[in-house]
Design a protein around this ligand. Sequence first.
Ligand SMILES: Cc1cc2nc3c(=O)[nH]c(=O)nc-3n(C[C@H](O)[C@H](O)[C@H](O)COP(=O)(O)O)c2cc1C
Length: 208
Amino acid sequence: MAGSFSRQDVAAVARVIGERRSVRSFGDVAPAREALEQILAAGLAAPYAAAMAPGVALDRRFFVLPRDSKALPAAAAAIQAHAAAALAAGGLPAPLRARLEPVAQGRILGVGTAPYYVVVAERASMATVQQQSLAHVLENMWLMATALGLGLHLVSATTQMADDPAFCGILGLPVAEYALNGCAIGVPAQTPEERPVADVAGAATWLD
Ligand SMILES: Cc1cc2nc3c(=O)[nH]c(=O)nc-3n(C[C@H](O)[C@H](O)[C@H](O)COP(=O)(O)O)c2cc1C
């Protein structure tokens, strides 16, 4: 409810936002299932573009792939094969090729390098808003993970897997009906580099 937050609450929100970082190195111990559930609940609370799909209920799903699950190596193999096929097809711009090459060699940051790889899926009738919606989901999850002292980084390669039969089969989703994105979650094993304090005055223009 508007206005029902204390100054300490507001300061805590600002601190969580300020401390959110990409964490790409994790300890071996997996965070508790309850913590994961809190993170997923935060994702579920994120906005979605209801106006773009009148009458269609939100269909947002989460798939948690623990590092020691059977699903994880299968998902990694599907991502690797997908990247290899994209490279073999050719015609990709150099920066994308450079990003896909390690993936095609099986080096997929976040899929096997973290205690949990989480895939978020959302069905929407408007392709243009699907990834926007998923970005809100992931930001909510990221902030909750930060508040819980956990580390998270995005695994953008997941977005390419929505039309991959092997990957969708592992999740039990129909092919090409859900937009996908993903992230890796674990206990941080690194302290991210300091970053400069945000220059709000320099970034904002106040119009008359
Ligand atoms: C659309 C988008 C996609 C991203 N994809 C990845 C990714 O696949 N893997 C990764 O480790 N980081 C990914 N990032 C994270 C950025 O590299 C990171 O947010 C940026 O370097 C700033 O660092 P910070 O998150 O610590 O503030 C992505 C960020 C955005 C906005």
